[in-house]
Ligand binder design. Structure first.
Ligand SMILES: Cc1cc2nc3c(=O)[nH]c(=O)nc-3n(C[C@H](O)[C@H](O)[C@H](O)COP(=O)(O)OP(=O)(O)OC[C@H]3O[C@@H](n4cnc5c(N)ncnc54)[C@H](O)[C@@H]3O)c2cc1C
Length: 397
């Protein structure tokens, strides 16, 4: 039997952060990691450059049954705290659109930084060590793995979500929560591309590779970012963002021309170039392939009709269709390609101050396993860092 003050389950973003912070406070901390190497999701993040935080982090950037839950941890560990850490390790970084911060070189820099922090503080890291169960024993816990047991006063569950199952994410964190009687909210894939059926699927396949700046909305805020047509459906940042607010059966509303007013443009063209056709005007503001594909579906019998022969009302109605494109996805690509898992351990059972379960003192849940999901743009890592610091600062022996 191994003993230590605190055991952290999972050497991902949240787990490594919590472990280093707790060990810096003098605790003997062991991290148990199922994979052969730590930080695998960090390595694949941000296209290999890890979008490690965002300059604008507010509670509204997160989906959670209790929208206030994230406030305390995020206020106490801000993006600037993480930037200070990154700078201390001399990791070069840059800002992209929407305040997103990325490594200049590689996401490996972030994993190396977290491991260096852990090493300096004396954290013991065991890889290829799969946790199977936790039991309460006396004042503490016994953590069982395929390679031995650990006894500790505190346990931090940082086992992440269900996305990218090929990496072995099997949802152990949810099962552990349930074994302690904690509520776990239903889970589904988030930040994930949409799939379609029928003619819409044929359209996305035909237009695959085309990207358009749009404004898109499901049952939440509107996102003004790119939409990408793919062989399987619709992707791109706008669709990934919207997927966090979408449930099967919901519509997605797309404005294909958010910085234009097509009805006005069509009426002006009718006055100025009455012999032109609608396609010519639409092609001025959308890729020609998109204009042609929509023409074949929305006004095929009028494709060659000069603008002069259209009534103003019909032109306006057609123009508004571009601003109000109602889509009905048949589903999403699911966990196979999702960046995150929505839902998870109910925050009603956890203290927002330190991530400790109110009914099981000494047991903590942090990172993605909790019912907190950020927008695309570095928010999910900021939640991992902030919740990790909240727990790491509070753990006791
Ligand atoms: C392709 C992709 C790109 C992404 N890009 C970004 C981005 O650029 N910016 C951003 O903010 N977010 C991004 N995310 C989301 C981000 O990676 C996660 O939100 C974040 O990693 C969650 O951190 P975590 O520590 O909670 O979980 P994870 O990082 O998933 O870590 C959980 C760890 O627990 C381990 N584990 C699981 N089960 C067991 C077990 N039984 N025993 C022991 N260990 C176990 C896992 O192996 C893993 O190492 C991306 C996600 C994906 C999939």
């Amino acid at each position: 039997m191994n003993t230590c003050d605190a055991v952290v389950l999972g050497a991902g973003a949240a787990g490594l952060m919590a472990a280093s912070v707790a060990a810096q406070r003098g605790l003997r901390v062991t991290v148990l990691e199922k994979a052969r190497k730590p930080g695998r999701k960090i390595l694949m993040s941000g296209g290999g450059r890890c979008n490690f935080t965002n300059l604008q982090v507010e509670a509204e950037h997160f989906v959670c049954a209790n929208p206030h839950f994230v406030k305390s941890a995020l206020a106490r560990y801000t993006p600037w705290h993480f930037i200070e850490l990154v700078d201390r390790h001399a990791i070069p970084w840059h800002e992209r659109d929407h305040g997103q911060l990325f490594c200049d070189d590689s996401a490996k820099d972030i994993v190396e930084m977290l491991l260096a922090e852990c090493r300096a503080a004396g954290v013991e890291l065991r890889t290829s060590c799969e946790v199977t169960d936790i039991r309460q024993v006396g004042d503490g816990f016994e953590v069982q793995t395929h390679s031995g047991s650990w006894q500790a006063g505190s346990v931090v569950v940082a086992t992440g979500g269900l996305s990218i199952p090929s990496m072995g994410c099997d949802g152990i964190g949810y099962r552990l929560a349930e074994s302690f009687g904690l509520p776990v909210l239903p889970r589904r894939a988030g930040l994930v591309p949409f799939r379609f059926s029928g003619d819409m699927q044929a359209l996305t396949e035909q237009l695959s590779g085309n990207a358009v700046p749009v404004s898109a909305q499901a049952d939440g805020p509107a996102f003004s970012e790119a939409l990408l047509f793919t062989h399987r459906g619709l992707s791109g940042p706008s669709m990934l963002q919207v997927s966090n607010y979408w449930d099967l059966g919901d519509a997605v509303n797309v404005d294909l021309l958010p910085s234009d007013t097509l009805p006005e443009r069509l009426l002006a063209a009718k006055a100025e170039t009455p012999r032109a056709v609608v396609r010519t005007v639409v092609s001025q503001c959308l890729p020609r392939a998109v204009a042609l594909a929509l023409e074949a579906r929305w006004w095929p019998e009028h494709a060659e009709k000069p603008l002069a022969d259209w009534s103003d009302k019909a032109l306006e109605a057609l123009g508004w269709r571009f601003h109000n494109w109602q889509l009905k996805p048949s589903g999403t690509e699911g966990y196979r390609t999702a960046e995150v898992t929505l839902g998870g351990v109910d925050t009603a059972a956890i203290s927002s101050q330190d991530m400790q379960c109110t009914s099981v003192p000494g047991l903590y849940f942090i990172g993605e396993v909790v019912d907190v999901t950020g927008w695309l743009g570095g928010y999910n890592f900021q939640w991992a860092w902030a919740s990790g610091v909240a727990a790491g600062s509070a753990l006791s022996t």
